[in-house]
Each structure stands twice: as C-alpha cells, then as structure tokens.
Write a protein of this length. Structure first.
Length: 153
C-alpha cells in the first residue's frame, strides 16, 4: 500500500504499487508493506525520535512487531522532498528515485543493515536493482559519493 502524506507530481501511485509488489516478492517478503510518502519535516521528526538524529533523511524502515509480521512486514517512510532533490542531482525522475528508496527500505525490512553487514545488503541491492531495472542503487551511489569526498556514511 502506498500512503500519500505529501503529493508527488508526475508520479503514478499505481506504478509505485506495482514496483513495491515486485520488489517485495524479489526480496522474499510474503506479507504486506506500507510505503508512506512524506515531507522532510516528517522524516526529520521520525529520525530524531527513533534514531536520535536531528536531521531529515531520505528513507526510514520500521519492521512490524512479530505479532503481526505474518500480515505486515513493516512500513517504509520516504521523504518526497529529499527524493526530488536526489532525482535532480542524479539526473533521473522522482518516480525512479522513490523506487530506489523503496527497494532500499524493503531490504531493511528483511533484516539487512548496510552499516554492519560488510557489504551483504549492498550486493543484494545491486542484484535486485538490476532485476528491477533501476539505474542506480542507494548504497552504491552513497559509497561512491563518500569515496569522492573522503567522507564515511
């Protein structure tokens, strides 16, 4: 299910729903996933509350509690504002960027953690990105960007 808190121009919600279904299946998720399209303000509030980082971010994933996991794998919240900026920066459409973020969020719902898994999530994201026809993956481009600037993410 795709839930809109902030409208996105030129993005088909039906296309996002179809993409979510494909990404979920390829990642091995049998239960439902909710995707919330929100603002930077909402992502900043959630990031501050749950990750103790007082800044907006592009995507957050919230796995469901075990009692309902057979019906709902969890929720993915995406900042439409950040997605639009990233889309311009990477010269692709907002819909493409939201799909990149959906895939990233889906992988987190399966238990991957790119901050600690020594490249396992990155490899899976790369494989699924290719299967789903996405131009680039979030981890890959973040790693490449950090390498160019000398920063660690």
């Amino acid at each position: 299910m795709v839930i809109v808190h902030k409208n996105v121009e030129q993005v088909s919600l039906e296309a996002l729903r179809r993409f979510l279904h494909r990404a979920r299946k390829l990642a091995g998720i049998k239960s439902n996933v909710n995707v919330v399209l929100a603002s930077d303000r909402e992502l900043r509030m959630l990031n501050r509350r749950y990750r103790h980082k007082d800044e907006a971010t592009d995507v957050l994933s919230f796995p469901a509690v075990p009692a309902v996991a057979h019906e709902l794998a969890g929720d993915i919240v995406i900042s439409v504002d950040t997605a639009a900026r990233n889309a311009r920066s990477f010269s692709h459409g907002v819909a493409e960027e939201i799909k990149v973020l959906i895939l990233h969020g889906v992988l987190h719902l399966t238990g991957y953690d790119h901050e600690t898994d020594r490249g396992s999530m990155a490899a899976t994201e790369e494989r699924l990105r290719q299967q789903l026809g996405l131009s680039n993956g979030l981890i890959r481009r973040t790693t490449e960007s950090a390498s160019r600037t000398g920063r660690k993410r």
